[in-house]
Design a protein around this ligand. Structure first.
Ligand code: PMP
Length: 380
């Protein structure tokens, strides 16, 4: 129950273990082409251009920045934690003038008005949002913020590494120009794929560049023809794709779409609500300042007074693996629980049960079963 890599379905794991074909074998070309088409459906971006690359989520961020940013371009980073910091650093690496709007306390998000004021006061080409910051478990209102950016003629890139396939994200409808993720979270495929969908305005901005892309591997000049060729079911090559991972992606995207995006998003909402209610009923404080600012793919929970990270080991001994803190300001004061992908009611109840056992073993006074009961009231 960590926020990635998550647990993968047997069908996905079987695809990982298949004999590896050539990247230009006709059956693989078809699997790759289909995965590109399915990705558009998962990102809800019928007009988008998907990129499926060997690499991790950071490569997808790098690719977005490398292809859009030229020396001196203004980039506004809406900063909600560790991974927003990363986007700022990547943008700087490509010569951007980076400005940040940052919440004053960990667990908060900048207000829509603050972001708008920043957009108004500067000249920006790109705004970056971290849909769900995995270090704080807070989520930002992508729909509202992207709309405002569009009104100011600014492109929006959404780091959806901890959201796509779990949180609601409607790329085209919400006017998001780039959405990106990695395979190992709510997409449900072992680590190793960077996934990005670029909308028409992002591709346009890329085509209007005056200077060369300063990253060889991530250059869309190389990859656009490759993605187009696979979609047309034609052989092509720039860098060898991660054949088995693409095969696994094809399987997982079909499983996601079989469930249906709306149902999947709702399942994540309910499970998240059940977990968060359970934590509240056990008097455990969470990192996000309010439910509206909370992710549905993971939760960040402060250790109760008198306990510390030794609780993690006890939760593990009770049979569930959760993650430690990540945000540098509060790193040793909280733990994180991922509840995304194929997670089900039994998983979340087992997790709450393990947390209760750990609390009890570390001497915390609470009414046993209270968390489980609170969750059970929500999980039908
Ligand atoms: N952004 C977010 C929100 C993430 O959670 C992560 C990974 N935890 C990344 C970016 C980086 O992804 P990767 O580790 O796959 O490079």
């Amino acid at each position: 129950m960590i926020p990635g890599p998550i647990e993968f379905t047997p069908e996905v794991m079987r695809a990982m273990g298949m004999p590896t074909t050539s990247h230009v074998a006709p059956n693989f070309i078809n699997i790759f082409g289909e995965a590109i088409e399915l990705l558009r459906q998962v990102f809800l971006s019928p007009t988008g251009q998907p990129f499926i690359m060997a690499g991790s989520g950071t490569l997808a961020m790098d690719m977005a920045a490398a292809n859009l940013i030229e020396e001196g371009d203004g980039v506004l980073v809406v900063n909600t934690g560790y991974f927003s910091d990363r986007f700022a650093r990547i943008a700087e690496r490509y010569g951007a003038r980076v400005a940040e709007v940052r919440a004053s306390v960990v667990g908060d998000v900048p207000s829509v008005a603050e972001v708008e004021a920043a957009l108004k006061s500067g000249s920006f080409k790109l705004m970056t949002l971290t849909h769900v910051d995995t270090s704080t478990a807070v989520s930002v209102d992508v729909k509202k913020l992207a709309k405002i950016a569009r009104a100011y003629g600014v492109l929006t890139a959404v780091d959806g590494v901890c959201s796509v396939g779990g949180e609601e994200l409607r790329q085209d409808e919400w006017e998001v120009d780039i959405a990106l993720t990695a395979s190992q979270k709510a997409i449900g495929v072992p680590p190793g794929l960077a996934l990005l969908v670029a909308g028409p305005r992002a591709i346009d901005a890329f085509k209007r560049r005056k200077s060369p892309v300063r990253n060889f591997y991530a250059d869309w000049n190389e990859w656009l023809p490759i993605m187009k060729a696979y979609e047309e079911r034609k052989p092509s090559y720039f860098g060898t794709p991660a054949v088995n991972l693409v095969w696994a992606l094809n399987v997982s995207l079909k499983q996601i779409l079989e469930e249906g995006m709306e149902k999947r998003v709702e399942r994540h909402r309910v499970i998240s609500r059940a977990f968060k209610e359970a934590m509240t009923s056990l008097d455990l404080k969470q990192v996000p300042l309010s439910n509206e600012k909370s992710a549905t793919t993971l939760s960040g929970v402060y250790y109760p007074d008198g306990t510390d990270s030794s609780l993690l080991k006890l939760i593990g001994e009770a049979g569930v693996i959760v993650a430690g803190g990540l945000h540098p300001q509060i790193k040793d004061r909280y733990f994180r629980v991922g509840h995304m992908g194929g997670v089900n009611n039994s998983d979340i109840l087992a997790t709450i049960g393990a947390i209760e056992t750990a609390l009890s073993r570390s001497g915390c006074k609470f009414e046993k079963g209270k968390g489980l009961q609170a969750a059970a009231m929500i999980l039908e």
